[in-house]
Design a protein. Sequence first.
Length: 328
Amino acid sequence: MAGSVVIFLETAGQQLKKSAFELATVGRELADQLDSEVVAVVFGDGLEESLSQLGEYGVDKVHYVAGAELVDYNVHYYAPIMTEWLQQQKPQVVLAIASLLGKDLLPRIAARLGVGMASDCTQIRYSDGKLHLQRPVYAGKAFVDMTFVGKSPHIATLRPNVFAAKKQGAVEVSIDKQSFQVPAQVGGKLMEVQQAKSERADLTEADIIVSGGRSLKNSENFKILEELADVIGATVGASRAAVDAGYVPHSMQVGQTGKTVSPKLYLAFGISGAIQHLAGMRTSKVIVAVNSDAEAPIFKKADYGVVGDLFVLVPEITKAFKELLDGG
């Protein structure tokens, strides 16, 4: 049997993030091709109930490092623990999501292990004895096919919301819990975490995103997008132009210099479709664009396009969705 497939899973409080189940599904598919097992690695505290769900998605074992100090990410704790454990386990593949955390942690581990790494992948499979991956380049205008030629483990991060999470059936997962002990010497200490409070899903994990551009004219007008988002259970995003104009914070920016998203539905209002914005949302399953300019570049990428005034159309769309969802 080949080495295991290890998946590093992220948490939010005492719950696994949506991306955890996407990784579990991908890990299961790879492990079946390798005739191997899926082992999840999780850091945090009070996660026992949440971890029990992983068996339904094909995870065989969970290595759970528990401690209150691990609830918030600290690379000086995560990186050495993860590296030492991987050196002992000798897995074939190590996967994480291409989040801010994953992009910071996985390269450090790859460097410590002296192995190669592929980042932000949108396709992955195992065939001909090799791991094959694909990732977008040049703002998503081209794709690179890659394989690993060096020693294992083969390390990669996967773009969130690209791979569907699929239940495999009710299977009990084996959880190996290890209590974390703060080392006597550590390179850095986490003093404070400042995070915007929101009841909406994070942009990178949202199934539906409603985005606005500079055409909204000011921050107050973003309320019409928020009203639509409330009705359809969406997260609100924005173009770089809207962020640069000061309408909304950078945390809402979608694009090459913001967040890369892959929702099931992306609604773009008043966004022209600059290359850097398309790079961050072009892998959305369905794209709907509303713009007063019939020549706006975003229409070339959109599945559905409407030429019109967003200030007229958004309230009408909100009303129509509300009536539909209320059974009217």
